[in-house]
Design a binder for this molecule. Structure first.
Ligand code: ATP
Ligand code: MG
Length: 209
């Protein structure tokens, strides 16, 4: 990977975060250290284009959980720019907005799980997106550790050029699992930060899914 001298290196962790869990936090922390990022911005999708919005928790609750989960980490920040736009929250619009704002001074690293990057050609304006940002594709539970060559080989050449694979400690948790656990009365302790668990209980989130 070529590191351009003098440019700020900004990580962007996008997601629905319904709710945020340790998998997201570990991915962002590992990316921060491994890619020498200046900080990581967490940007919750207000209206994720690929999800049925009726089943998605309202954005103010999700944003609040992301705030709580990241507050103790001085190189994590939360940005609510997707709540300020109308319509579906396309990543390309967010990155475009950020690159206008930072005006050539910053290199972007969008952090996603391997599962998400395999779908990238179905995202809005993938060619534009690939021009504007690098990607850090973190390993997800469900495939043998150390096998990112196999993952990279599945990507089209134009995508592969902008994707940097990153092996992280595999954490077999997803937001879907968390929601299902709560609905079944099972524990989510240690799978989400304590403050997030407290918030979920206070607001009675995910009791019925
Ligand atoms: P859901 O089950 O609702 O799809 P999720 O756990 O996949 O939720 P998202 O908000 O959809 O969470 O994911 C945001 C980003 O975090 C995606 O790029 C996803 O691949 C990544 N991610 C989610 N869980 C993990 C995990 N356990 N380890 C590494 N990356 C993860
Ligand atoms: Mg997901």
């Amino acid at each position: 990977m070529s590191i351009k001298p003098g440019k700020r290196r900004l990580g962007i962790m996008g997601g629905t975060f319904d709710p945020i869990h340790l998998g997201h936090l570990v991915a962002a922390e590992e990316a921060y250290h491994s890619f020498n990022l200046d900080k990581v911005l967490f940007i919750p999708a207000a209206r994720p284009p690929h999800k049925n919005l009726e089943n998605v928790t309202n954005i103010s609750n999700r944003l609040q959980m992301v705030e709580l989960a990241t507050a103790a980490n001085s190189h994590f920040e939360v940005l609510d720019i997707e709540t300020k736009r109308q319509g579906p929250s396309y990543t390309v619009d967010t990155i475009r907005e950020l690159s206008n704002e930072y005006n050539g001074t910053t290199e972007f690293f969008f952090i996603t799980g391997e599962d998400a990057i395999l779908q990238i050609m179905n995202w809005r304006d993938p060619e534009v997106l690939l021009q504007l940002t690098n990607f850090i594709a973190v390993s997800r539970y469900g495939r043998p550790a150390g096998e990112h060559d196999h993952f990279m080989a599945q990507l089209p050449e134009n995508v592969r050029k902008k994707v940097h694979p990153l092996e992280i400690p595999l954490i077999g948790v997803s937001s879907t699992d968390i929601r299902e656990r709560i609905a079944k009365g099972r524990s989510i302790r240690y799978l989400v930060p304590d403050v997030v668990e407290v918030y979920i209980r206070e607001k009675s989130l995910y009791l019925y899914i």
